[in-house]
Design a protein around this ligand. Structure first.
Ligand code: UD1
Length: 417
């Protein structure tokens, strides 16, 4: 199994371009099952998760053609299967997002319970609550989920928590349902807006995406479209922390700065200088950072997907910080790994208390999930000696060319087979 080796690196310098957002690309690829004409997607990141969902689409009867430069052409006119293969579903939670499109287009869908990052129990009750409200019958049996309905009928659905995946799945099911669907307490993430924009290009009638109440009027059929995926705000945030933790000075291109306001604000509180200029950000780190507290929340709050990376930064900041995780109940698995590198962190339920230390020491560590892996790379950049990261397939699920991009910024990072 390949490993990533990171050595103590100089302050990062230079320019890095952010790729298309994983969390936009995956639902949009799932939504392409809904169109009956050619769909062309641009700026799709080159990631293992994208490979998996493309395989899922092909297994269902879609034609999928991939090109070098992040372009994917899909035609789902001949969509003819409603069952997804277990091997693919078990690899990635987001593959469950094909459920809504299959149900609404074919009247039935069968998948196995989703896999993916092990960050808490991650139930799917809210997705199923939505399908049921639209009139579907659902069966959950021996790890399989089946949903069927002759015709979905729009309804009003309240989400007990603004789940990103449930909002997307229900939105995709509702676009071909009869009449009006309203999703209340919907997730407001930029990726929801991107999905809604894409669906609208296909011919869907959606209003309010990006607010907590989304209104969808069902249409008879959807066609084709050309769509560029929005930039990845979490990838941008990760490079921002890379600059901050090494005391670097980097420019990050292809950023929608309004999507990462909390990360910008929190980094400024640590003492970093951040300049915004159109779709570019300049992040200048400082030698000695202030400890700051962070609480993860649904958008527009501080993203849970940046919590682990921030914890690496806080591990080597001046003073004590408290990081509270409110979105997932078990997302501190990176803490044990950071402690192996000398971090001083205590966990109390959903809170962790980090006492900044002067330096970390390289060690053999394990990426326990995607963002945890990114956090270890960041810690490795400033740890004395060498950090060897195992289970890097997690990192490959969500970061397009991370070693190449960091190397270009002057980091000492390479992969061993
Ligand atoms: C998406 C993102 C992930 C991010 C997360 C929160 C993708 C592909 N992944 O994951 O990177 O960390 O949003 O921003 O976009 N929940 C329920 N019942 C459900 C669904 C969710 O209780 O039916 C709970 C989850 O257990 C969790 C919380 O809601 O505690 C948030 O989950 P959700 O927003 O659904 O995350 P994902 O869509 O899985």
């Amino acid at each position: 199994m390949s490993k990533i080796v990171v050595e103590k690196s100089p302050p990062l310098k230079g320019t890095v371009r952010v790729s298309g957002a994983k969390n936009s690309a995956l639902p949009i690829l799932a939504a392409s099952l809904l169109g009956t004409e050619d769909i062309v997607l641009e700026d799709v990141p080159s990631l293992r998760d994208v490979d998996v969902i493309c395989e899922v689409l092909a297994s269902l009867g879609s034609e999928v053609e991939r090109y070098e430069n992040g372009k994917i052409k899909i035609n789902s006119a001949n969509l003819n299967k409603h069952e997804t293969p277990y091997e693919l579903m078990s690899k990635m939670r987001a593959s469950f997002l094909v459920m809504g499109p299959l149900l609404t287009r074919l009247g039935k869908a069968k998948t196995s319970l989703p896999g993916g990052c092990a960050i808490g129990t991650r139930p799917i009750d809210l997705h199923l609550k939505g399908f049921k409200a639209l009139g579907a019958e659902t069966d959950v049996d021996h790890g399989n989920i089946e949903a069927y309905a002759d015709k979905l009928i729009g309804d009003r659905i309240y989400l007990d928590f603004p789940s990103v995946g449930a909002t997307e799945n229900i939105m995709m099911a509702a676009v071909l349902a009869e009449g009006e669907t309203i999703i209340d307490n919907a997730a407001m993430e930029p990726e929801i807006v991107d999905l809604a924009n894409f669906l609208s290009k296909l011919g869907a009638d959606i209003k309010g995406a990006g607010t907590s109440s989304i209104r969808i009027n069902g249409v008879e059929r959807l066609g084709g479209a050309i769509h560029s995926v929005i930039p990845d705000r979490i990838e941008a945030g990760t490079y921002m922390v890379a600059s901050a933790i090494t005391g670097g000075d980097i420019i990050i291109e292809n950023v929608i700065t309004s999507h990462i306001k909390p990360v910008i604000a929190k980094l400024r509180e640590t003492g970093c200088e951040i300049w915004e200029n159109g779709d570019k950000l300049r992040v200048i780190g400082v030698d000695s950072r202030n400890a700051v507290d962070v609480k993860t929340l649904p958008y527009p709050g501080f993203p849970t997907d940046m919590q682990a990376q921030f914890m690496s930064l806080m591990s080597v900041s001046k003073g004590t910080s408290v990081v509270i995780e409110t979105v997932f109940e078990n997302r501190f698995m990176h803490v044990d790994e950071l402690k192996r590198m000398g971090a001083d962190i205590k966990i109390d339920g959903r809170s962790s208390i980090i006492q900044g230390v002067d330096s970390l020491t390289g060690a053999p560590v394990k990426a326990t999930d995607l963002r945890a892996g990114a956090a270890l790379i960041l810690a490795g950049l400033i740890a004395e000696g060498q950090t060897t990261i195992d289970h890097v397939y997690h990192i490959d699920r969500g970061y397009d060319g991370i070693e190449k991009k960091l190397t270009k910024l002057g980091a000492k990072i390479y992969r061993t087979e």
